[in-house]
Design a protein around this ligand. Sequence first.
Ligand code: PBG
Length: 333
Amino acid sequence: MRPTVAPFPAARFRRLRRLSALRDLAQEHRLSTADLIWPVFVRDGEGVEEPIASMPGVVRRSVDRVVAAAREAAELGIPAICIFPFTDASVKTDDCVEAWNPDNLTNRAVRAVKAAVPELVVMTDIALDPYNAQGHDGFVVGGEILNDETVEALVKMALAQAEAGADILGPSDMMDGRIGALRAALEAAGHQHVAIMSYAAKYASAFYGPFRDAVGAAGALKGDKLTYQMHPGNSNEALRLVERDLSEGADMVMVKPGMPYLDICRRVKDAFGAPTYAYQVSGEYAMLQGAAERGWLDGQKVMLESLLSFRRAGCDGVLTYFAPEVARLLGRP
Ligand code: PBG
């Protein structure tokens, strides 16, 4: 049913734009602090906050500083943080064993945060790239990214993270069959309350560049991720992936990157109505921050406008490096 539009002058759209209060009343979509997931980078050390050159305003934090960030998130009303490890080249190996070490950086950070701020949701990343000497999300043998062997490793990684206390696991690797394998392993191990947010429609994107600097994977990575991440030209494939991951037991699904893929967010939400999230990735953040630093854009305004676009496109929430800044502006939900 199409809404009726009276001919001019009966219909004057400017009537409802005249006052700020009228605009508020007529506003269809809103951004709230409750929609934010804050990705944070953890590194080793004590009392360290180390800037990341390609992501102005974002730092790598030692575990104690991640705990401080978690307290800040809770105070600001941000519901969740997502932890990504910056691993030293010395722990990156071909067999990626550090990925399921119960005492690796991620798991130590998860335990510390859950002990200090139990009410804050902690999300983790499941993929081998921070621990892989080859920089890929899966095992590399003879130039090939192995699928099934990688899924077995992801299961070990997931169980270690669940054991550490993660509330949401975020498989970002794009291997086939991993959601079903993770869900079955979590159930069998008594972790039936742990949620999975599948990076279901994750594109092989050049917008991840600054992130790979942030986690120290840029130097290790040879080639691209086109044999496992999606081709940017595809859209129906995203729906099939989301359907597959939901049917295997994903609780939430993600589209990534964000702004260049808002059409995918909308299609996913319309098709399944599942809890749907977008990741405003490092390159999107860097573009906006870079232009704002030069005075070419109003940083605050483009930050809020870019995040509102995700809500309009049907997303229930957004992973964004702007989370604390936005929360300070918008206030507690
Ligand atoms: C790796 C991973 C990536 C991001 C999150 N998890 C990078 C990649 O796939 O190469 C990107 C996040 C960002 O760019 O902000 N599994």
